[in-house]
Each structure stands twice: as C-alpha cells, then as structure tokens.
Design a protein around this ligand. Sequence first.
Ligand SMILES: Nc1ncnc2c1ncn2[C@@H]1O[C@H](COP(=O)(O)OP(=O)(O)O)[C@@H](O)[C@H]1O
Ligand SMILES: [Mg+2]
Length: 414
Amino acid sequence: MKTARHPRSSRELTELRTRLGDAEEALRAIRTGEVDTVVVAGKAGPQVYTLEGAEHAYRLLIESMNEGALTLTADKTILYANQCFARMVKSPLEQVTGSSFRRFLSVEDRTRLRPLLRRASQSGAKIQVQLKADDGSQMSAQISIRLLARNGFKRAPIGMVVTDLTEARRTEELLRALTHRVVQVQETERGRVALELHDNITQLLCAMLFRSQALANNLSARAGPATSEALKLGAMLGHAAAEVERITRNLRPGVLDQLGLAAVLQTTSTEFTDRTGVSVKLACVELTARLPADTELALYRILQEALKNVEQHAHARHVTVHLTKQDDIVQMVINDDGVGFDPNHHPAGRKGKRGLGLLSMRERATYVGGALKVKSSRRAGTEIGVRIPLPPSITAVVAHRHAPRHSVKRKSKP
Ligand SMILES: Nc1ncnc2c1ncn2[C@@H]1O[C@H](COP(=O)(O)OP(=O)(O)O)[C@@H](O)[C@H]1O
Ligand SMILES: [Mg+2]
C-alpha cells in the first residue's frame, strides 16, 4: 500500500489540504474585504503584499465599477481583480487572483505590453489589446496602466483599469459604414446633377447663344448699341456655358477615364489657379499604367476637396501637390501656406456647422485601403498626406529621374 511505503505522503497530503483550505479562506476574505494582506509564495520565498488603502468603501466602489480593475506585482501576478474583470475573462475570480495577467493576452499583445510595464510611471500609459477569455473568446479592450506607490516594495506594483471597447468598436464601424454610404450617395448624386446640367442647362445655354448671335446678325447696322448688347449677351452666355461645362466635368468621375489621373490633376490645378489666383505647383510622377479606378477617383476627389478647403478657409498664396509612387504605395501630399488650424479640435466650419470635407477625404482613403494624415497648425499652413497601397500587378515607374513639374500660375485676367 502507498501509505505503508510512504508514511510521509499521507501527512504531507493532510498538510497540503490544510494549506489549500487556508488559501481558499484567505481568498474569500480578500474578496469580501475582510483582510488587506496577501502572502504570495515566490521564487525568493513567501512575500507579504499589503493591499494599501483597500478600505471597505474603496472596495465597494471598485467592485461596483463597470470596468475591470486589477493590481499586479511587477512580474504580472494578479494580486487583486474585481468581479467585472473576472466576468470579462469569463473565469471565476478565485482562478484569476494569483494567476499571471499574461494568460489573458496573445503573444503579440504581451510583447507590446512589456515595454509599457517596464516604463510604467505614475502618470500612466494606455494600450489597446484583444483580451482572451478562458472560453477562447476575445474582446477588444483598452488597458490603462499606472504604477502604484512603492510603499516598501522593491518594485512598485501596477494598477490597471480594463475598459471593454466592444461597444465603442461597434459604434466606430457603424460610423464608418455611414460615412462610406454618405460618400457613395454623394458620388451618385454628383453624377445625376452632372447629367441634368449637361442634358438641360448646357443645351439651353447653347441654344440661347445661337439665338443671340442670330439676333446680332439680324440687327441692322444702324442699331449699333443694340447689336453690341446682343454680342455682349452672346459672350456672357458663352462664359456661362463654359462654367457649367467645367462644373459638370468636376462632378463626373468619367473624366478620369477620358483623360487619366495626371491630366485630371493638372486640369483641376489650372482651373483652380485661374479661378482663385492661388498658384498651384504640381509635381506628378509619370505613371506608365493606370491605377485602379477606385484609387484614381479617391485621389482626384481628395485633391478637389483639399483645394476647396484652401479656397474657403486657408487664405493661402501657394499650394504644392506631390504625387509619388514608392514600393507599391502611391502617395499624394498637398501643402498650403495658409492660416492653418488645429486638426485635433475638429473645428466647426462656417455658420458653426461641421463640414464633411475632411471626413469624406479620410473615408475615401480608407475605402481603398489607404490612410490620410492632416498636419496643420495655426499660421503654419496645412499638409494633407494620403498613402494608398497598390495591388502588386500595378507597375508604375518614374519615366524620368526627375518628374516633370507643372507649375500653374494665375492667368492674367483680361
Ligand atoms: N487648408 C485649410 N486651411 C485652414 N483651415 C482648414 C483647412 N482645411 C480645413 N480647415 C478647417 O477645418 C474645418 C473642417 O473642414 P471640412 O471638414 O472640409 O469642412 P468644411 O470645409 O465644410 O467646414 C474647416 O471649417 C476649417 O476650419
Ligand atoms: Mg471643406
């Protein structure tokens, strides 16, 4: 029999059972706030941890929180966790306390967390992770880390607050889908307006133009002032038709198919300078292959929207536009030397309304897998940078070592 061969084993087993009972009792007492001291057996022998300030009122507050609250030793052993955290990781609290926090993180998140914990200070740090629950499910969470007072510890314990980001992520996704829908609707509506303008207004203006010319021709030489009025009317109608044509072209993405991206960016810049007097310097890499239609449209619309903002808000004198391609990434950077703004403040536009411009620019970039960055500060101009990855099949090369630079200056007005 085992007991006969190992008389000490049964004694040890009883002792272990007693210790386990003690440990369970201690855990229960910690949870209910009856004690504020824990003894953790570590490599360097048992260590005593005091749950400083863990008065009952604070415990009740932390237990009633809708966020996970934890304290960890410097080597990430969980000294204390609230019920909310246990619910987040779908594990009984007694199995959470005393275990390592690392078990709730993926290998990548552990690697990202490590330097933060090493550098953790009392001013705190934040990180977003996927929290792994015991049943294998995952949850987006933000962890706020703060170093607690050292109070006699060789290495200060760490305090953590874990926030469930599931709802925030869902809202974020909803907002993105909504913004995308807005951009889509905007594009469809632009197409419809362009068609109506072309089919109705342009046709009508052209007919009026011919009529006014016929009128001028039919007026007798003696009706001098009336003839000159008819001719002026004809010229004005000609201008109006050209302006409607320009607006129609800008509304339609089809212009990209006809002219190609570089030519459209060039036309857009020239027209902008002609209309506003702000010079645009366009440096455009020569692309040997067409970019995906979505990407071309995104870049075109982003430039249009950025120039609109320059016109409406920047009070700039010069704009530069750089289109480059590097390692399957196409990049467009638009700079202006205007008044600038605080991009983090998300300012309200004219009449206090929040515009859609920056939002739709960002959405257009994101939709084609890219990203948009806005750098701006008051009185220091604005830089809009967009980077879009290209599918591997797209090979665009720089035809010349130095890309041709198109400089657009204001045309002298007649
Ligand atoms: N190039 C710029 N220079 C100065 N301010 C700008 C520029 N671009 C954007 N802004 C600021 O950002 C705000 C938001 O721009 P946007 O999202 O395009 O909306 P909107 O133009 O309709 O106001 C503007 O109202 C303006 O205050
Ligand atoms: Mg705008």
